[in-house]
Design a protein around this ligand. Structure first.
Ligand code: NI
Length: 144
């Protein structure tokens, strides 16, 4: 079994603001990330898939097909967007990297079967980095 990880990038802006909390609570909780005008990040997403080495191609995953799926489901959906205003999932959910990672993983899991109808490769996990120092990992097994 081989695990293959492919890296993607997108840029997006957000504001950390939990609608169920007061303005004061939001300021205390999120500090400058609660700035009403938002701020941007250059996100890096790593998508890990696993499968056996295919006897014919010698590969464990068709990277071109993976690129197509991730471009459609993640990069096109988030790149140069305001996550709070333009992504339905974050209308009532604060777009932290934790929640963004779950949303990325959910989108890939939901569209996986259509893109990869055979048994392999399977989606394993995604990692998302908002900055070089914070990396968030979501396993597809932990997503509904
Ligand atoms: Ni931020």
């Amino acid at each position: 079994m081989i695990r293959v990880t492919r890296r993607y990038r997108f840029s997006a802006s957000h504001r950390l603001h939990a609608p169920q909390l007061s303005d004061t609570e939001n300021r205390e909780l999120y500090g400058k990330c609660n700035n009403p005008f938002g701020h941007g990040h250059n996100y890096e997403v790593e998508v890990t898939v696993r499968g056996p080495v295919d006897a014919r191609s010698g590969r464990a995953a068709d990277i071109g097909r993976l690129d197509q799926l991730v471009e459609q489901q993640v990069v096109a959906a988030f790149d140069h967007r305001n996550l709070n205003a333009e992504v339905a999932a974050f209308r009532d959910l604060v777009p932290t990297s934790e929640n963004l990672g779950v949303e990325v993983c959910r989108r890939l899991k939901q569209s996986w079967q259509a893109a990869f109808p055979n048994e392999w490769p399977r989606l394993e996990k995604i990692r998302i980095a908002e900055t070089g120092r914070n990396i968030f990992e979501v396993s597809q097994h932990e997503i509904e």
